[in-house]
Design a protein around this ligand. Sequence first.
Ligand code: FA5
Length: 344
Amino acid sequence: MLKKIKKIKGEALKKISSANTLTELEDLRVFYLGKKSEFNDILKGLKDLSTEEKRKVGPSANETKKGIQEALENRLMELEEAEDAKKEWIDITAPGKKIKKGHLSPLSIVQNNIEDIFTSMGFEIADGPDIDSEFYNFDAMNMPADHPARDMQDTFWVKTGSRKEEERAVLRTHTSTVQVRYMEKNKPPFRIIVPGRVFRSEATDPSHEHTFHQFEALVVGKDVSVANFLYIAESFFTQFFRRKVNVRLRPSYFPFVEPGFEFDINCANCGGKGCGVCKNTGWIEIGGAGMVNQKVFEAAGYDRGKYQGFAWGFGMERLAMIKYKISDIRLFHSGDVRFTRQFK
Ligand code: FA5
């Protein structure tokens, strides 16, 4: 019997020390110390032994039971520690997961850039609604209902449900709407820019969209001149394109300015020699400008002849297209992330 006990002990200790999981260890406990185990049968049989034999076998059996129990406890601790260590282990050498970041659209980048340059020159940024009244879009800008210049900007009219003339609304066709809105509430001198979305009921092509952005500038004071306008415009474009930009004014007509100009900058692509971008003219058209018509000042409640000012309305997509060499204006609203992802 002693031999048997010794064999069980040797075998049990060996298997317990090499058990790799908690389930394996529990199975070994049941196998060696459980009620139906061979060892339990030996313990149960002790009572039938002679006193002499009991004296020899008893202590050895107890010692074996204790030994197996201790071995089980020790291995249990080891396995539990290993489990915990596995849970807490962080591989600090593993490469990090790349988090996809959102980014600005090229138009927002351009708008931020424009705002930074103008605020550094002491301009304020003003704002107005996308849906505006016929008054601010046309009448206040010296374009009454029968004025032929209204046809220059194909208009989306908004159904307001009202028959009253003063409640007729449009999707604004230009940011010039904010001129009278701002002047009604502010007295000169001031200088503002108005970046914003505008809408025209036009067929689209690579350089025309039905929804696009302009930024208006309005500088009003006692003796503001075309020379001031030229200086500010050249400073802006030189900072914006980070090159010396020359501007050219061509006489033009807008009912809200007198005199009025078409505003061009020299083509960066060909250096003025003529290329596809500038349609071989060496110049790129950017927008309209001029000295504010006194009728506009009157619509804002200013006395005729008291102030002078200049205004312009430049296309923002057109500037982004020149800066980033974008060939088609329709890409801005295409929703194609392959396009927007290029401008980080
Ligand atoms: C105007 O909108 C005038 N309000 C500009 C102005 C303001 C003149 C203040 C004088 C004083 P025009 O319709 O030309 O003008 O538009 C100005 C600029 O907006 C254009 O030069 C062009 O850069 C841009 N633009 C006009 N139509 C479109 C279009 N369909 N798609 C993209 N850009 C356009």
